[in-house]
Design a protein around this ligand. Structure first.
Ligand code: SAH
Ligand code: SF4
Length: 361
């Protein structure tokens, strides 16, 4: 079996090189070729000894998940459907903006948590993605979009807001995060890499201790009764524990606030009473709010809040001194908006398998 080098962070690659009798600085050279230069071809690694190159050709590979389909939105958002085997697919989304490029990364095929408003949740849990499948999304998208005119990779920010709950695939997510932050690889700033969680309290503490990056928490409701329904994991980790975990996280976080994501569901969680409850709930937690207009999907039991309700809700939070933004809807013409990723994946996988030739051709 060949070793996929995308599965190894620098420590792992160094250990694997040691087993082959190769020195640590050689591992670093190869790591930089793969991630910094985006080079998958060992023969092209011109400063390596020929003997090492042929050893690598024999024993290793650099393989990101196979792209089954690519879509381009009118607003420049690009979405790729990636084959992760046995009828499963995940999506990764590139969102270009004038001053940055953001990649929305998936961490699991499906999700076990079944939030009431989420199409990923509706599809159930398939499996955790490997390190290579997670970091491979960044590796591949950088190469696909290409370096900008200054010779830099286009992706400056990563948000783990694609399919899955990153903190329930903890080890692989953290290894991939370390690679994103590593100066010998992508060198992204901790402040520009965001993990989004539905609130897995013990794993939030572990992330704080092992690899603190920016944190977004999917709050979506101001009280336990409503959150129990919308985000069922709340029954296990209720709001009091979640808010305490947020405060502990801030002790070591690269940013001095938590971002609370709050999906706006018409008549469900979007009244001024809910806004006032939120203000009381978050009083002791430095935070910003990101209001997300609900993106409908087939059979969704909710509707998007009208723009006026969203505006009033935002104003109420802002008047209470909370920085609040409303997420722009990006890429909704290609179903790349939040929560729309890879609905009915299995079905899609079959359909798109037929189109692989087309995409590649
Ligand atoms: N599992 C993690 C990360 C992936 S979900 C989490 O829940 O945080 C990323 C974000 O998309 C979350 O804030 C989630 O609540 C939101 N989301 C899910 N379904 C959505 C939908 N239909 N419309 C808009 N946002 C949605
Ligand atoms: Fe899973 Fe996040 Fe969707 Fe909830 S919102 S089902 S945690 S992916």
């Amino acid at each position: 079996m060949q070793q996929n080098l995308l599965d190894l962070d620098l420590a792992g690659l160094t250990a694997w090189f040691a087993e082959m009798g190769e020195k640590p600085f050689r591992a670093k050279q190869v790591f930089r070729w793969v991630h910094k230069a985006g080079e998958p071809d060992f023969e092209a690694m011109s400063d390596l000894a020929l003997s090492l190159r042929s050893k690598l050709v024999e024993r290793a590979t650099v393989a990101s998940p196979e792209v089954m389909r690519e879509e381009l939105s009118a607003d420049g958002t690009r979405k790729w459907l990636l084959n992760v085997g046995t009828g499963n697919a995940v999506e990764t989304v590139f969102i270009p903006e004038t001053d940055r490029g953001t990649l929305c990364v998936s961490t699991q095929a499906g999700c076990a948590l079944d939030c009431a408003f989420c199409s990923t949740g509706k599809q159930g849990f398939n499996r955790n993605l490997s390190v290579a499948e997670i970091i491979g999304q960044l590796w591949w998208a950088n190469r696909e979009v290409g370096k900008n005119s200054e010779g830099n990779w286009p992706i400056t920010n990563v948000v783990m807001m694609g399919m899955g709950e990153p903190l329930l695939n903890f080890d692989n997510t953290v290894t991939a995060l370390r690679m994103m932050l590593d100066d010998h690889a992508y060198g992204l700033s901790r402040r520009r890499v965001t993990v989004s969680t539905s609130g897995i309290v013990p794993a939030m503490d572990r992330l704080r201790d092992e690899c603190p990056v920016a944190l977004a928490v999917s709050l979506h409701a101001p009280n336990d009764a409503l959150r129990d329904q919308l985000v069922p994991i709340n029954q296990k980790y209720p709001l009091r524990e979640l808010m305490a975990a947020c405060q502990r996280y801030l002790e070591k976080a690269p940013r001095d606030f938590i971002t609370f994501e709050y999906i706006m569901l018409d008549g469900v969680n979007d009244t001024l009473k809910h806004a006032r409850e939120l203000i009381a709930l978050t009083r002791d937690t430095p935070c910003k709010f990101n209001l997300i207009p609900f993106n409908p999907f087939p059979q969704a039991p909710y509707q998007r809040s009208p723009a006026d309700s969203v505006r009033r809700f935002a104003e109420t939070l802002i008047e209470a001194g909370i920085v609040t933004t409303t997420r722009k809807v990006r890429g909704d013409d290609i179903a790349a908006a939040c929560g729309q990723l890879a609905g009915q994946v299995q079905d899609k996988t079959k359909r798109t398998a037929l189109r692989i030739q087309e995409v590649r051709g």
